[in-house]
Design a protein around this ligand. Sequence first.
Ligand code: GLU
Length: 422
Amino acid sequence: MTQKSSVAAKANPFEIAQAQLDKAAQKLGLDPAVHAVLREPLRELHVSLPVKMDDGTVKVFKGFRVQYNDARGPNKGGIRFHPEETIDTVRALAAWMTWKCAVVDIPLGGGKGGIICNPKEMSEAELERLSRAYIDQVGRILGPEKDIPAPDVYTTPQIMAWMMDEYSKITGYNAPGVITGKPLAVGGSEGRGDATARGGAYTVREAAKHLNIDLSKATVAIQGFGNAGQYAATLFSSLLGCKIVAVSDTKGGVYSEDGIDAEAIVRHKLINGSVIGFPGTRPISNEDLLELSVDVLVPAALESVITGENAERIRAKIICELANGPTTPEADEILYKNNVFVIPDFLANAGGVTVSYFEWVQNITNFYWDEEDIHAKLDKKMTKAFHDVLAMSLDYKVDMRTAAYMVSIQRVAEAMKLRGWV
Ligand code: GLU
């Protein structure tokens, strides 16, 4: 049954990541040894984290760090706090980080971390103790030259500050370059906050030029209203001139064909904890939002929301994947057949890690750039990456995701060959 197949697809994101790799490897005629290395993480660490809770009890959390491939440079990738975190999700996300850093051509490899926990049910003090406990265990494989984490789902600049502080205490010197996405006062970068959505906006701008779509008349629906989704709402309207017609979060969504004021709904979410009830809108479910007839659809929440079950009903012209892994391979086939132009996750959302890279460079050199500089450098990176992938997609007549994989795989494979690994 259809519902069953989408549940099955959700079950293992790492199998999805491997299937995507296999498809691109086949198109490239990839050396089997290179392919075999790229199918698995190079290293992973599983940890148990005892944390004193506010009520005096001790709770033991499970955490992971996966270092997928560091042929092009130190591993890089966020840490997620999520109640449904699994090692296979972290593996998939670490693989996607490898391709992400390669597609924007920054000298970093791919990694990802996770803790199984529900931050919505924890106090600030408990979150701080959990963050420090993670570094106490995982810090031994981290470092500005080894592996550099960052924020991801349900982790924040404050959490990055605690983690950086804990790492600095262990090493005995100030080490801001061990983690990115920090607040400005402790070595963060200008422009990191909105970087994921801003980078996505630049790719949509380029896609619209390619497809001859006038963005000043375009409508946008956004699924997910965390960091990426909120900034997508404000930037897709302010930078691109689009009309935001629908947004949703975990509690539900809202729709208005007259358009939604992005700044106002961000404030509404801050005050009320959800987009629900925003004046002048009617309710819409997360599922129905995906199927709206809009020019640009922005999945900005979690994995596997566009599946073999609903892909046939997607009517957007462009999908800008700000979430990691929102589309299953089955759905990809259907979207490509239906001429839906997909800007794949590790290209569309690479703005975050690109500005993380800028943050790391600034930390290491102790010289800080202004916001204007960051935006210009980010635009250059994203625009180049988009056109590298588009050219590959047109040359090989493959969808944009497969093309993005092909660009990235070639870059990682070249580094592995030059190092003599394969
Ligand atoms: N967590 C973000 C991502 O998935 C950012 C990673 C980073 O900045 O290292 O791309």
